[in-house]
Design a protein around this ligand. Structure first.
Ligand SMILES: *[C@@H]1O[C@H](CO)[C@@H](O)[C@H](O)[C@H]1NC(C)=O
Ligand SMILES: *[C@@H]1O[C@H](CO)[C@@H](O)[C@H](O)[C@H]1NC(C)=O
Ligand SMILES: *[C@@H]1O[C@H](CO)[C@@H](O)[C@H](O)[C@H]1NC(C)=O
Ligand SMILES: *[C@@H]1O[C@H](CO)[C@@H](O)[C@H](O)[C@H]1NC(C)=O
Ligand SMILES: *[C@@H]1O[C@H](CO)[C@@H](O)[C@H](O)[C@H]1NC(C)=O
Ligand SMILES: *[C@@H]1O[C@H](CO)[C@@H](O)[C@H](O)[C@H]1NC(C)=O
Ligand SMILES: *[C@@H]1O[C@H](CO)[C@@H](O)[C@H](O)[C@H]1NC(C)=O
Ligand SMILES: *[C@@H]1O[C@H](CO)[C@@H](O)[C@H](O)[C@H]1NC(C)=O
Ligand SMILES: *[C@@H]1O[C@H](CO)[C@@H](O)[C@H](O)[C@H]1NC(C)=O
Ligand SMILES: *[C@@H]1O[C@H](CO)[C@@H](O)[C@H](O)[C@H]1NC(C)=O
Ligand SMILES: *[C@@H]1O[C@H](CO)[C@@H](O)[C@H](O)[C@H]1NC(C)=O
Ligand SMILES: *[C@@H]1O[C@H](CO)[C@@H](O)[C@H](O)[C@H]1NC(C)=O
Length: 806
């Protein structure tokens, strides 16, 4: 957050657009008063029975003593919270309320403090922004619940320190020790017209939306000084780059142009190369950030590489124009140094974040391969890799998997009898890696041990339940990762690892029993057909005394240290030694000059969120990665699925581009056979998508989301909205409906200016520059494109704006 600006004096050289040097204002925010709408009480006062609140409709509530009161700052934003809790209603339970602004106001960004009160996955709450010109726009807030059980640890927990240090809430008069949060979410607001009101979502019966605070960042309407710049944030990250042999820290600087979008002109924009540096005691900028264009209502994020930052130091952001003259300086930002040694400490590890390569990669291949690839069967809308669970839940004829098993294999065949048929006899690591490359993927994540506890690597003295001792008698993880490293080093290598072995959900692995909880007490699996013995063996198990100490942690550490994984993609979460693991993982990689990452299912410390068979409706600024099978509802191979149902080139490309336009990555899953073959229709569809990425990948890889919006809010009727992505030198419009009549229309003002060239990305190289126009006053962009070019492309039509750089 910005500390009060101090005045920096620079020699009075004249600057181009600002007419001199400017001290930038703090990024503004104004809390909107909500108390008139309060209709729910979230907090109970400890020891005061008369204060009992019912936040979630089930008698549960926050503990009032840990909630901040009054005017409250978070991430540089001001919110107005109740002056006291546990007395009166203190939050707004959404029910179509219409909140009118005191007067219509041009708004740059809108900020929410909220929590949903459901039990499951995040759910979408749709707010409507209503403007003076009678237009309105919906924004999807992907609402996280206030507490989370197993999947999806609370993403924002580390960003609201005040709250996460007290991870509990009241359950009636007792306590529930799950994490308990209030989350923050921000969205850009269109500014062609002033914002008049905000309509809350309708009431819901579950996953109800509670709003604790709203704050707006108003636009600046005075255009006389050129672009209205303000530093949204200067964040000293844990990412680094080797710059001329120096380990330099990335400082992520976000610069806003607070003017409303309709004022866009060269006079109100940055239109040529500006550089961004950090200046402060001891700090040296070794590689500045570069901004070539920043139009009204937009924000630009750049990495500035520095050395010498220290704990609690200060630095200012300095912007130079294309002539190298300092044109603007921000107030002070707090510095924090790069981490040289990761300690098993949540406050330190919690600062870790996804590396630049992961942010740029966008597209990965997920591989679900294991003993479940032998039966390879599930009824519609079930995961085939869950076969071991599915045959016994319930163990009777109402269960299609139970019936399938009985009919196909008979009652005497148990799950572990499938191990010898998991042969990997046709597995060719080179062929797999070659396919991922031709598919256009920049990383892969191999399942190394699923919930059935069968590992595809050498698990040493932790268990013999693995592919080295049993089944193929090969170290499949080593084969794939080593081959990839040798043959396609630019493709990053990741490992899925299930933290529990079924019994967080069932109770198969006897070693997990002591960690079982709630509905899942742990223990050996019951035979689904009641044959004697009723409890099934757990083939390969060794006599270890503690699952976490003797199996989970050493296996994870091995994947990090022996197998050099770059992505630890955990599943399920639950009991864990992730603090110890993460410290080892990060230190090992750092010692080799590598940067690695971990998802949000390791029980702790997520770098990124992982929606499953789900994507988000709006830009989510916290890093996320959506995973889905190429099969419409299975990760493991499901022979009951008709290959015609697989995601085809169109679905893969449009899903990928949609996700990327909203700041996510796409992890597309395939399920090889027990022999290690990837079946032909999966290969064909992957390669189809790869063909498109081959000529249009510049609109996907190494791009960023565009702050003012991921897509056209008003596409022509009957068409799918084109998606937007950006780079420092380009802007992309990716149409999802085939352009008709030789024209593409975008009903939103884009950062396109006279002198820019627009080309169509097509096989054999980009088209020659196309004719285009921008209509005023709407800002609508119309691009002319030849119909034969359009017909030469399938799946999606990518138009790349090349900024004119002076
Ligand atoms: C918006 O709608 C109101 C009520 O229907 C109408 O009075 C007003 O003229 C409209 N404003 C614009 C800018 O169209
Ligand atoms: C988390 O919440 C669930 C559901 O209310 C409850 O069953 C469980 O015991 C809680 N966990 C802890 C550690 O309190
Ligand atoms: C931009 O500034 C120039 C020089 O001050 C002026 O002539 C021109 O009209 C301005 N353009 C716009 C669109 O405001
Ligand atoms: C940094 O500042 C925080 C408060 O802002 C303080 O708690 C902490 O002790 C300081 N650390 C050092 C190393 O000065
Ligand atoms: C199968 O088991 C489930 C769960 O115990 C039960 O609800 C269902 O009635 C049973 N169905 C049959 C056909 O036995
Ligand atoms: C494995 O795949 C590679 C690449 O496709 C191919 O060159 C090689 O011949 C294959 N090896 C075997 C044993 O089939
Ligand atoms: C397993 O180890 C425990 C002690 O760690 C020992 O008491 C027990 O006899 C061992 N069981 C077997 C089957 O080796
Ligand atoms: C496995 O081997 C390691 C290193 O040799 C040792 O530290 C560990 O105690 C062993 N684990 C078990 C369960 O025997
Ligand atoms: C992971 O382990 C930590 C303790 O090391 C615990 O606080 C946390 O709740 C665990 N995560 C889950 C999801 O159980
Ligand atoms: C699979 O899909 C194709 C094409 O839609 C169809 O012709 C075929 O009958 C389907 N097969 C099965 C087994 O459903
Ligand atoms: C691709 O799949 C989508 C969704 O199932 C379908 O609508 C579309 O027609 C398919 N495209 C082709 C070329 O088969
Ligand atoms: C662009 O417009 C000009 C003038 O109307 C025309 O001559 C030219 O052919 C057009 N170019 C393309 C690529 O359509």
């Amino acid at each position: 957050m910005a500390i009060q600006a101090i005045l920096f004096l620079f020699s009075g050289l004249c600057a181009q657009f600002l007419g001199g040097h400017a001290t930038l204002p703090e990024y503004p925010s104004q809390a909107l008063p909500l108390s008139a709408f309060f209709n729910n009480k979230a907090a109970t006062a400890k020891g005061d029975p008369s204060s009992l609140a019912d936040f979630d409709g089930n008698g549960n509530a926050y503990d009032s003593q840990f909630l901040p009161t009054g005017s409250w700052e978070y991430d540089g934003l001001t919110f107005a919270l109740p002056s006291s809790w546990a007395k009166n209603d203190d939050n707004v339970l959404a029910n179509c309320q219409v909140l009118r602004l005191q007067k219509p106001t041009f708004v740059h960004e809108l900020h929410f403090l909220y929590a949903a009160d459901g039990n499951g996955a995040p759910s979408v709450s749709v707010f409507s922004l209503n403007f003076a010109d009678n237009s309105s726009q919906q924004v999807d807030l992907v609402a996280k619940n206030w507490w989370v059980l197993v999947f999806a640890t609370p993403i924002n927990f580390r960003r609201l320190d005040l709250l996460y240090k007290r991870p509990y809430h009241f359950e009636g008069k007792g306590k529930n020790l799950n994490a308990t949060n209030i989350h923050e979410w921000s969205t850009s607001v269109p500014s062609e017209s002033p914002l008049e009101s905000i309509t809350f979502p309708p009431s819901a019966t579950s996953n109800r939306m509670h709003v604790f605070g709203l704050s707006i960042t108003p636009s600046t309407t005075d255009t006389t000084n050129g672009p209205a710049l303000a530093v949204r944030r200067a964040r000293f990250t844990t990412r680094w780059d080797d710059i001329d042999g120096v380990r330099a820290q990335a400082v992520e600087v976000t610069l806003a142009n607070l003017l409303p979008s309709f004022t866009m002109s060269p006079n109100t924009s940055i239109t040529n190369t500006h550089t961004v540096e950090l200046v402060g005691p001891g700090i040296q900028t070794v590689s500045p950030g570069v901004i070539n264009r920043l139009v009204p209502a937009d924000q630009a994020r750049v990495d500035v590489f520095v050395t010498g930052s220290r704990v609690n130091g200060t630095a200012v952001v300095q912007i130079r124009d294309s002539a190298g003259i300092v044109v603007a300086t921000s107030g002070e930002w707090k510095t924090s140094p790069l981490i040289d040694n990761w300690t098993p400490d949540a406050d330190v590890l919690g600062m870790h974040e996804t590396p630049a390569w992961w942010n740029a990669a966008k597209y990965g291949i997920f591989i679900h391969w294991g003993v479940y690839s032998t039966p390879a069967w599930a009824p519609p809308t079930s995961y085939a890799e869950w076969y071991d669970w599915d045959i016994r839940h319930p163990p009777n004829s109402s269960n299609p998997t139970w019936v399938h098993h009985l009919e196909t294999y008979g009652k005497d065949v148990i799950y572990d009898d499938f191990i010898p048929d998991f042969t990997a006899s046709k597995f060719n690591a080179s062929a797999w890696v070659d396919l991922f490359d031709r598919a256009g993927a920049k990383y892969f994540v191999l399942v190394t041990k699923h919930l059935d506890g069968f590992a595809l690597f050498d698990t040493g003295n932790t268990t013999n339940r693995n592919s080295v001792q049993l089944g193929p008698k090969r170290d499949l993880v080593a084969e794939l990762l080593q081959t990839a490293k040798a043959e396609k080093p630019e493709i990053h290598r990741g490992t899925y690892y299930s933290m529990p072995e079924w019994q967080v959900l069932l109770s198969f692995s006897p070693d997990y029993a002591k960690y079982g909880f709630g509905l899942w007490p742990g223990g050996l699996a019951h035979n689904a057909f009641n044959v004697s013995p009723a409890l099934e063996p757990y083939t390969g198990r060794l006599n270890i005394s503690d699952y976490l100490e003797d199996l989970q942690l050493p296996q994870m550490v091995d994947l990090a240290v022996t197998y050099d994984t770059e992505i630890m993609w955990c599943d399920i979460g639950g009991p864990n030694k992730t603090l110890d693991f993460a410290a080892t993982f990060y230190n090992h990689a750092m010692a080799q000059g590598r940067q690695v990452t971990m998802n949000d299912r390791c029980g702790f410390l997520p770098d990124f969120d992982t929606p499953e068979y789900a994507t988000f409706g709006s830009i989510q600024t916290a890093k996320w990665e959506s995973s889905e099978g190429i099969d419409p509802f299975s990760y493991g191979l499901n022979t009951a699925t008709n290959a015609s149902q697989y995601k085809n080139g169109t679905t893969i490309i449009q899903t990928l581009v949609d996700i990327v336009s909203k700041n996510g990555n796409f992890l597309l899953d395939i399920g090889p056979t027990a022999e290690g073959e990837i079946i032909a229709p999966m290969i064909e569809n992957l390669l189809d998508a790869g063909t498109w990425l081959d000529f249009a990948g510049e609109c996907v890889y190494d791009t960023e989301y565009w702050f003012p919006g991921s897509e056209d809010p008003n596409p022509p009727p009957g068409t799918t909205a084109p998606r937007f992505t950006t780079t420092p030198t380009t802007f992309c419009v990716v149409a999802f409906s085939q352009p008709e009549g030789g024209k593409v229309t975008v009903n939103k003002r884009l950062p396109v200016m006279a002198g820019d060239e627009i080309v169509f990305l097509r096989p054999g190289g980009p088209s020659t520059p196309l004719n285009w126009t921008v209509d005023e006053p709407t800002g609508r962009l119309v691009i002319d494109v030849s119909e034969s070019d359009v017909r030469a492309v399938d799946y999606a039509w990518a138009f790349q704006v090349l900024y004119k750089l002076e």
